[in-house]
Design a protein around this ligand. Structure first.
Ligand code: F6R
Length: 604
């Protein structure tokens, strides 16, 4: 996701900015840029792709003495990853970098366009710098213009702005997106969206609160709160450990990524989940023409997302849907028909088995679509169309936020297909859109649930195995829960359809068989409850995840009561991820790098 840096001082400004951006690389980005004001001259550099491209472009550039600079790594949301859309964005004599979303940008753009302003990019960010210059025309005071600009922005932002009129100042504002300022000596300030970018440079940092805005100059820092009241910075010593800073205070990347799901899914929905319909501007209008079947193909966690979404494609979009494990599909000599849309799902976009199936489908003349987290990956380049899941870089080997974003995209895609095929009523569509809108909130980790799971986990460190059971779309979720546990705890776990237990596995039931039962209130509740009862009658140890209390269970992980089964799906997903995390921690395993596993499986 996007990263921000800034510097005011006498060091080599270019190097400070580029080093800071390098430290933010782990968050993922698709373009980068810097703007430096030194000796009354602005120098701007932007490049698409890796930071190396920007470093190459700035090779000859040097600064001398005092100056100011801002830098940014961008993960495309509004507009494609091009140089024009890369930050910093410019007006006539000012530059801005921004993280977040300006929700009222269309209204502001309209107003500014009418006032004669010409826009270059497709971004929401560009309105900030033009609005600032628009206000500056009526006041000779840059700070007043900045203050007015901030007052007129709606949405979430971390902003740094520099202007030729104030060559010794960096203006800043923060609401909803992280921003901090650091210092190590007099007449020098650093800015960053995460402290990793300033570790080794700044000795002390101040973290801005939502609503804060102000400026730094050689002499001072001035901070105002949302009501315009001045406040003093609260400087605190900065950690010197980059790795722990990257983990954002969490013990493991996996834990951080579980907690991040609320924000990354908000990004996934952005510009796609609209008032009364779903839009995918990256898809050609004709992609679904003459399509009578959807075939989803993937491995591991991505396969579970495929399987789960197949319930939605058939139930909601009314399209015949089949699901394939990529390594099986490759050699089964499948019959492929041209009226099938072949969809590969992959976090990395490089998984060898999935990539090969994409090649097979292309060779057979099928239309293809990649749902992927990594832009420019092999699958994205090869498929006819692609949808990026926007999870940001996932570091934990056990996939969490990638799954959450895949599920969000696939759910939206099922609605998109339903709209196209006219197979959904307005009312049902509205109900789904409304439910999708609640996802970021649903995905916020409830601290008391986490604590409950942490305490509960000590009871599940032995036994002769786990069964994760669920019905319908909760069956693939059970598979995913079991996979998570296997990967990081090394305990044997199986996912099973609840109704299938009596056809064999129930023979294993005894107090040492742990069953994690998914019991949604809004889907097949009575049926699932009967299945759980069959196990409890045979004395299996049962932990139910549900908003309902089930008196025959040994343990209960409580989720909030929700009106829609998809909300229960996502809440249970978080509970399952936390359960495997806490069991793994208690067993003393390496959560982020479990034995025998690699993040990207590029071999058959
Ligand atoms: C599980 C996990 C793996 C991957 C699988 C496919 O936590 O991460 O099962 O899901 O290797 O990888 P991608 O999605 O990159 O194709």
């Amino acid at each position: 996701m996007c990263g921000i840096v800034g510097y005011l001082g006498e060091k080599n400004i270019k190097e400070v900015l580029l080093n800071g951006l390098k430290e933010l690389e782990y968050r993922g980005y698709d373009s980068a840029g810097i703007a430096v004001l030194n000796n009354d001259r602005f120098s701007i550099f932007k490049a698409v792709g890796k930071l190396e491209n920007l470093i190459e472009k700035t090779k000859e550039f040097q600064t001398q003495g005092f100056g100011i600079g801002i830098g940014h790594t961008r993960w495309a949301t509004h507009g494609k990853p091009t140089e024009i859309n890369a930050h910093p964005h410019t007006g006539e004599e000012s530059y801005v970098v921004h993280n977040g979303i300006i929700e009222n940008y269309a209204i502001l753009k309209n107003m500014l366009t009418k006032a004669g302003v010409k826009f270059l990019s497709q971004t929401d960010t560009e309105v900030i710098v033009h609005l600032f210059e628009y206000y500056k025309k009526n006041t000779q005071n840059s700070f007043e213009a900045f203050e007015k600009t901030v007052q007129n922005l709606e949405g979430a932002y971390a902003i740094l702005l520099v202007t030729k009129d104030a060559p010794d100042r960096i203006f800043f504002a923060k609401k909803g997106s992280p921003l901090l300022v650091g210092k190590s000596k007099e007449q020098e300030f650093y800015f960053a969206s995460s402290d990793t970018a300033v570790i080794g440079e700044a000795k002390e940092v101040h973290y801005f609160d939502d609503g804060d805005y102000g400026y730094v100059s050689k002499e001072e820092i001035r901070i105002f709160d949302a009501s315009g009241k001045e406040k003093q910075p609260h400087w605190q010593p900065l950690s010197t450990n980059k790795l722990s800073a990257q983990k954002g205070g969490f013990r493991f990347f996996m834990e951080k990524e579980i907690y991040e799901q609320a924000t990354v899914v908000a990004d996934t929905l952005l510009g796609r989940l609209l008032e009364d319909h779903i839009a995918f501007e990256e898809l050609d209008e004709t992609l679904f023409d003459q399509i009578n079947e959807i075939k989803l193909c993937a491995c591991g966690t991505s396969y579970h997302a495929a399987l789960a979404s197949s319930y939605l494609f058939e139930r909601v979009a009314k399209v015949r849907t089949s699901v394939e494990i990529a390594s099986e599909f490759r050699y089964k000599e499948p019959l492929l028909c041209k009226d099938t849309l072949f969809v590969v799902i992959s976090q990395s976009g490089e998984t060898a088995d999935t990539l090969e199936t994409l090649k097979m489908a292309k060779a057979a003349g099928l239309k293809t679509l990649a749902i992927c987290n990594v832009d420019n990956s092999s699958m994205v380049r090869l498929a006819d169309a692609s949808i990026l899941t926007r999870a940001g870089i996932e570091k934990g080997v056990a996939s969490t936020k990638a799954f959450a974003t895949q599920m969000s995209v696939l759910w939206m895609l099922s609605l998109f297909v339903a709209q196209k095929q006219n197979s959904i009523t307005k009312e049902v569509l509205q109900e789904h859109l409304q439910t999708l809108r609640t996802l970021p909130k649903i995905l916020e980790v409830n601290p008391s649930m986490h604590e409950r799971i942490r305490r509960l986990s000590k009871r599940y460190l032995h036994g002769h195995g786990f069964f994760f059971i669920g019905r319908d779309i909760f069956f693939p979720l059970a598979l995913e829960g079991a996979l998570k546990l296997k990967e990081i705890s090394y305990l044997h776990a199986e996912g099973y359809p609840s109704g299938e237990m009596k056809h064999g596995p129930i023979a294993l039931a005894d107090p040492e068989l742990f069953t994690i039962a998914l019991l949604p209130k809004n889907l097949l509740f009575e049926k699932s409850r009967s299945n759980i009862e069959e196990l409890s009658a045979r004395d299996a140890t049962i932990c139910v995840i549900s908003s309902e209390v089930y008196e025959k269970a040994d343990d209960h992980i409580s989720i909030a009561p929700q009106p829609h089964y998809m909300q229960e799906f996502f809440e249970m997903m978080v509970a399952l991820q936390l359960l495997s995390l806490e069991i793994s921690v208690r067993l003393g395993n390496d959560v982020d790098m479990p034995r025998n596993l690699a993040k990207s499986v590029t071999v058959e």
